[in-house]
Ligand binder design. Sequence first.
Ligand code: FE
Length: 291
Amino acid sequence: MTDPIRSITRRFPGVPTLEGAGVRLRRSFSNPEVPLLDPFLLLDRFGSSNPADYMAGFPWHPHRGIQTVTYMLGGQVAHGDTLGNSGVIGAGDVQWMNSGSGIIHQEMPQRTEGPMAGFQLWVNLPAREKMDVPAYRGLSAPELPTATTDEGARVKVLAGQYRDVEGPVRGISVDPTYFDVTLPPNAPFAWTPPSGHTLFAHAVDGTSRFEGHDAEPLPSGETALFGPGDEVRARAGPEGGRFLLVSGRPLHEPVAWYGPIVMNRPDEIQDAVRELRQGGFIKHRKPIVEE
Ligand code: FE
């Protein structure tokens, strides 16, 4: 018999990390945590009012074998790749990038009024899809639907389904859910993730308390992994709360991880590194831009 409530089993306070060419960010989880969050590999939160913390950006770098999901809360990131795609990810927008067999891109935060803030989540690809054709999905804030409950909860749905509201990012094999949940003071929230999915929450603002064995409030900046069960239940603190809620079907496949390249076996990493040095890393000249 499964627990009716999915309780917090692990907390990740986040570690200050210097990434890219010198961007100060906070890393919630990464390769030391494999396979706890399978199919998710990494969650970074960036946010600063000081351009010196982010202007160095993430210049040209490769990816293979993963999806990178960039969700901006404020500011702008300009992106471009060696194959001719380019654009700007602005506040409230999401870019769901499937590196597939290989892409070389750059992600450069722009100097803006007010804070630059956002998240990058890495979603693993199943072995059979790691060498597929790369693909981008860019969705602007107005394209992302929001469900509102009678208690005043606002659930922005990037992927997956909340009640009758379905997110626009579909057709991904780990069947991800990605919600941005905003609760008024003391308001409740409940949701039943797809059965067997890995589930985590990241507190964006305020505090929210999740029901279960560990019912200590989740403070802003902290990430919580939930154990098995049926329903996740939360209640905002007196100042309200905002959190990301993310779920996905675990892959249960071996992970061989080398920086921005995540494969299943060490020889696949060796192939990728050799191709980067000697040529041949890019298998597909033109990625598909999915609508
Ligand atoms: Fe990247």
